[in-house]
Design a binder for this molecule. Structure first.
Ligand SMILES: Cc1ncc(COP(=O)(O)O)c(C=O)c1O
Length: 364
C-alpha cells in the first residue's frame, strides 16, 4: 500500500539528517549524570549581557503580537553598524535559513553546487534536498583550495559556498586569495560567504568582505547572532548583499521569520559591543589554555581562529567521543565528516575546559 514515505521526494529520502550536538538535559537524563558540560555546538558559554536580558524581558511582554516582518529597527541599527544601506540586509531564522533560502532561490535538480569537503553540513543537506549535484573539493592541509574550487565551476554551477572561517577546520581565507577567486567568476553564480564566526577573527589579512560588495553583485555574506553574541537559542542571522539580491531573498522568506524577542535582543547586542568584545578576548585566552594542554598531552590540533578546535586524538574519534560522553563531556564526533581520528571541541569557560582536559586525560 502506498503511504506518505513512498511518495516523499527521492532527494529527501536520500538525505542523511543533520545530527546536532546532544543537549545537556538529554545526556543527564539518559546517563543519569548530574554534572554535564557541552562543548559540541560552538556556542558562547557566557551569559547574555544585562542589557540584552532586559531587552528580552521587555520584548516578551509583546509576544501576543506578530513580529515586525521587516525587522525595521534591527535593520536600521545594523545598517549603521556595518556602514551599508538598509536595503542590503536580509534577516533569517539563524544564518542557517539564509543558506536554505539561497539554495531554494537558485538551485534545481539539474544544477551543481561547489563546496569544500569537509565543510558546514547544512550546505550539502540543503543542496541534496534540491536534487543538486554536489561538487566536493577536498581541503588542502585543512584550508580551502580556492584554485581547485574555481576550476570545479561549470555552466551548471549555481552556488559556491565559502565558509570563512570554515567549520569544522577553523581556518580562514585571506583577502588576496578571495579577491583572485572572485575575479572572473560568472555573474550568474552566487558566491555565498558564510562568516558565522566573523567576530572571533583578528588576523590582519582576513578578508574585508563587505568592501567586496562594491565590486560584486553576485556575493552574499552571512553572519549570525548565534556565536559571539550568544543568541543561538533565539535564532537570528543576516545576509549582506546587493539590493537586487536581497529583493530575491525577501520574496521567498516567510513573512515573520525572525521573532520579536530575537530582534530586540540583537539590537541590544549591537549596543553592548564592549561586553561582547570582552567575550571574544576570553575565548582567545581559553583557546591558548587548551592549546597548551593539548601540547602537554602530545595531541595535534589545527590552529583555529574561531571558538572551536579540531583535535587529532590519535585513535578512533567516535570511541573517544563516547567515552567522554559517559563521563559527562559532550564534544563533536567528526566521523560524519569522514575524519576518523578527529573530534571537534568548542571552547568553553575555564572550569569547563579544565574538566574537558582532565576527562580527556582519563579516557585517552
Ligand atoms: C559555518 C557555520 N555557518 C552557519 C551556522 C549556522 O548558525 P546559525 O543558524 O545559528 O546562525 C553554523 C552553526 O554552527 C556554522 O558553523
Amino acid at each position: 500500500m502506498r503511504d506518505l514515505r513512498s511518495v516523499a521526494k527521492q532527494t529527501v529520502l536520500q538525505v542523511k539528517p543533520y545530527v546536532p550536538g546532544k543537549p545537556i538535559e538529554e545526556v543527564k537524563r539518559e546517563l543519569k549524570l548530574t554534572d554535564v558540560i557541552k562543548l559540541a555546538s560552538n556556542e558562547n558559554p557566557y551569559k547574555p549581557s544585562p542589557r540584552v536580558l532586559q531587552a528580552i524581558k521587555s520584548a516578551s511582554l509583546q509576544i501576543n503580537r506578530y513580529p515586525d516582518g521587516g525587522c525595521h529597527y534591527l535593520r536600521e541599527k545594523l545598517a549603521k553598524f556595518l556602514k551599508v544601506r538598509p536595503e542590503q540586509l536580509v534577516f533569517g531564522n539563524g544564518s542557517d535559513e539564509l543558506i536554505v533560502l539561497a539554495v531554494r532561490l537558485f538551485v534545481g535538480d539539474k544544477d551543481e553546487v561547489v563546496m569544500a569537503q569537509p565543510s558546514f553540513l547544512v550546505y550539502s543537506i540543503a543542496s541534496s534536498i534540491a536534487g543538486a549535484q554536489i561538487k566536493n573539493v577536498p581541503l588542502k592541509d585543512f584550508h580551502y583550495d580556492l584554485p581547485a574550487m574555481k576550476k570545479a565551476i561549470t555552466s551548471r554551477t549555481r552556488i559556491v559556498f565559502l565558509g570563512n572561517p570554515d567549520n569544522p577546520a577553523g581556518t580562514y581565507l585571506k583577502q588576496k586569495d578571495v579577491e583572485s577567486f572572485l575575479e572572473g567568476i560568472p555573474q550568474d553564480v552566487l558566491v555565498f560567504i558564510d562568516e558565522a564566526y566573523f567576530e572571533y577573527v583578528h588576523a590582519r589579512d582576513y578578508v574585508n568582505s563587505i568592501q567586496l560588495l562594491k565590486k560584486y553583485k553576485n556575493i552574499i555574506i552571512s553572519r549570525t547572532f548565534s556565536k559571539m553574541y550568544g543568541l543561538a537559542g533565539l535564532r537570528v542571522g543576516y545576509g549582506v548583499c546587493h539590493k537586487d539580491l536581497s529583493d530575491l531573498f525577501n520574496r521567498i522568506r516567510e513573512p515573520f521569520n525572525v521573532n520579536s524577542v530575537a530582534q530586540a535582543a540583537a539590537i541590544a547586542c549591537l549596543e553592548d559591543q564592549d561586553y561582547y568584545r570582552d567575550i571574544a578576548e576570553k575565548v582567545e585566552r581559553e583557546r591558548a589554555y587548551l592549546y597548551k594542554n593539548f601540547e602537554r598531552l602530545g595531541l595535534n590540533y589545527q590552529p583555529s581562529c574561531t571558538n572551536f578546535i579540531l583535535l587529532d586524538v590519535g585513535q578512533n574519534g567516535s570511541d573517544v567521543v563516547k567515552r567522554l560522553l559517559k563521563r559527562g563531556v559532550i564534544v563533536r564526533d567528526m566521523g560524519f565528516w569522514g575524519m576518523n581520528q578527529h573530534i571537534r571541541i568548542s571552547i568553553g569557560k575555564r572550569s569547563e575546559n579544565r574538566q574537558l582536559i582532565s576527562t580527556l586525560e582519563q579516557v585517552l
